[in-house]
Design a protein around this ligand. Structure first.
Ligand SMILES: Cc1cc2nc3c(=O)[nH]c(=O)nc-3n(C[C@H](O)[C@H](O)[C@H](O)COP(=O)(O)OP(=O)(O)OC[C@H]3O[C@@H](n4cnc5c(N)ncnc54)[C@H](O)[C@@H]3O)c2cc1C
Length: 319
């Protein structure tokens, strides 16, 4: 019996969300008296034995280059096979784009109960009960999983990364990989952009910025903070910003350490996508803007005056 953690690799590097999943899986294994093991697919430039410091004892590495591009169906098959060979009774993934694509497929394939969006370690004192976010983060549910194999996808920033001394044994697995039904022929990445899904800090703009020509102040602040940029839905709908920046109920749900909302009213549909942020800073000229109720820090004033001053102060601090 073991806890198997899926390690997400992008461009040869382990994604930050996987460190959280590894730490979570290792704690769960310690809690249930089993071992924590990991599975990584595709070529990796990272030293996978170093994942031992997150508490895993083994890393099953299927380095087949056919796995370098993510394919949900192929990944599901391979992770499923590894989980059977490792006799895993719990599989942990990150609740990110890849995890959301693989976890339900894996659940159907292994006839395993799935809890998506877990926010805490399972309570194993009487059964296996996992706490998760529901209603766009407005409430929690405690879900009891009764299948022999359980799958958990962990929300970003829900569990701290913990490290100690340790090296994992890396086991190269020569898995046969069936041809993918969908083939990625090329990938082009927007250069210089920080991924919204992975960003620690997000600077976001709303309709209060009046038009796309004013986005320079948002980008300057984001640049100074090494942050990703985001926007409210009407901003994306009006083509002021690309749709992949739209956060909220109908857009991306994010959980950065710091979310700075500029000229955004804080409608419930917007909050649904950002209320898991650790710290929320709101800049709005209307003191009655609903966003202030959800903010950790609020600045009442004109964004066009405040934001450039913030950027200047941060640049000075860095210098
Ligand atoms: C089914 C449904 C789903 C939706 N999904 C989403 C979603 O996923 N994401 C989302 O964002 N919205 C979503 N919406 C829309 C949502 O209800 C709001 O209409 C939207 O979030 C408002 O965007 P906003 O705050 O940018 O604009 P507004 O509501 O127009 O707010 C602009 C804010 O800027 C402030 N402001 C103006 N000038 C300045 C200035 N100079 N300096 C500082 N502040 C200033 C104003 O005081 C105001 O608070 C959805 C709506 C529906 C019905």
């Amino acid at each position: 019996m073991s806890v198997l953690i899926f390690v997400d690799i992008a461009e040869g590097e382990v994604k930050k969300s996987s460190f959280e999943a590894l730490s979570y899986g290792a704690k769960l294994a310690a809690q249930t008296g089993t071992s924590a093991e990991a599975v990584a697919l595709g070529s990796s430039s990272a030293d996978l034995s170093s994942l031992g410091k997150y508490g895993v004892t083994k890393v099953y590495h299927i380095s087949n280059p056919q796995l370098n591009d993510f394919d949900a169906q192929v990944y599901t098959r391979v992770i499923g096979e590894v989980s059977k060979a490792a006799e895993a009774n719990v599989i942990v993934l990150s609740n990110n784009l890849n995890g959301r694509a693989v976890a339900p497929r894996l659940s159907a394939r292994l006839k395993a109960g799935l809890v998506s969006g877990a926010v805490a370690l399972p309570d194993t004192s009487n059964g296996f009960v996992v706490k998760k976010n529901v209603f766009s983060g407005k409430a929690f549910a405690n879900v009891s999983v009764n299948t022999p194999v359980r799958i958990i996808s962990l929300n970003a920033n829900a569990f701290p990364v913990s490290t100690s001394e340790g090296t994992a044994e890396v086991i190269d697995c020569p898995a046969t990989v069936d041809a993918a039904k969908v083939k990625v022929t090329s990938t082009s990445k927007a250069s210089g952009e920080i991924s919204l899904a992975e960003a620690e800090i997000v600077v976001s703009g709303g309709r209060g910025l009046k038009g796309p020509e004013n986005w320079g102040i948002v980008e300057d602040l984001a640049h100074a903070l090494h942050a990703a940029t985001a926007c409210s839905r009407p901003v994306a709908d009006a083509d002021w910003r690309p749709h992949h920046e739209h956060v909220g109920q109908t857009g991306f749900a994010i959980a950065p350490n710091l979310y700075i909302a500029i000229g955004i009213s804080g409608a419930i549909q917007h909050l649904a996508g950002v209320n898991r942020s650790k710290v929320i800073v709101v800049i709005n000229k209307d003191p009655e803007a609903p966003f202030f109720k959800a903010a950790d820090y609020g600045i009442v004033g004109d964004a066009f005056e405040i934001v450039p001053k913030m950027t200047e102060a941060i640049r000075k601090l860095h210098a």
